[in-house]
Design a protein around this ligand. Structure first.
Ligand SMILES: Cc1cc2nc3c(=O)[nH]c(=O)nc-3n(C[C@H](O)[C@H](O)[C@H](O)COP(=O)(O)O)c2cc1C
Length: 173
């Protein structure tokens, strides 16, 4: 099976998850890994399976990934799964389903099978720590706790879970 792993990643977190998915998927399949900006969403007919990754920006998928998904043209019957990283520790189901909505819409539009979305925490770019701390009105103590919680993510356990996710969805091929 031919698989495309494509992702947007500004600080490397989503790219690490892409790498873990690649490790698992490449055991039994032919894989291409590409940055989102290298892929034309209207010309991805050569793959049986697409993994598409995004960071969460301002409470949603990154705009570039949303745009990519809305323009996606894939022959019907192919399969798609998502992967996300976010600085928040864990999001409730209701918010996760908002994040995954653009993936599902792309699948509905192209008659693809949607096989789910992996998500894990990713350390926030230090350049915007002060802005987020102020924006959320957090005390120094609360912010320290937040930083402690996200430090090191995605970690070995997150990446292992990403490999397990890849294994499970690829078993459905
Ligand atoms: C401009 C910007 C906005 C962000 N907004 C959110 C957000 O709303 N919720 C959240 O959990 N994380 C947010 N993050 C954190 C990123 O989703 C997280 O650090 C992610 O792992 C970055 O992935 P990357 O290293 O692949 O770019 C934001 C990061 C940036 C740079």
């Amino acid at each position: 099976m031919k698989i495309l792993i494509t992702y947007l990643s500004q600080t490397g977190n989503t790219e690490k998850v892409a790498g873990a998915i690649y490790e698992e998927a490449s055991k039994a399949h032919e894989i291409e890994t590409k940055k989102l900006e290298e892929v034309n969403p209207e010309n991805v007919s050569g793959y049986d399976f697409l993994f598409i990754g995004s960071p969460i920006h301002a409470g949603n998928l990154s705009g570039a990934v949303k745009d990519f998904l809305s323009r996606l043209q894939v022959p019907s019957g192919r399969k798609l799964a998502g992967f996300l990283t976010h600085a928040g520790s864990a999001y409730p189901e209701q918010i996760m389903s908002k994040f995954t909505e653009p993936y599902k819409a792309a699948c509905d539009k192209n008659a693809l099978e949607y096989l789910g979305c992996f998500s894990c925490q990713g350390f926030l770019n230090p350049a915007i720590h002060e802005m987020v701390k102020k924006g959320q009105n957090l005390t120094d103590e609360q912010w320290e706790e937040r930083v402690k919680q996200m430090t090191g993510h995605p970690d070995a356990e997150d990446l292992n879970k990403a490999r397990v996710f890849a294994k499970e969805v690829l078993a459905k091929l």
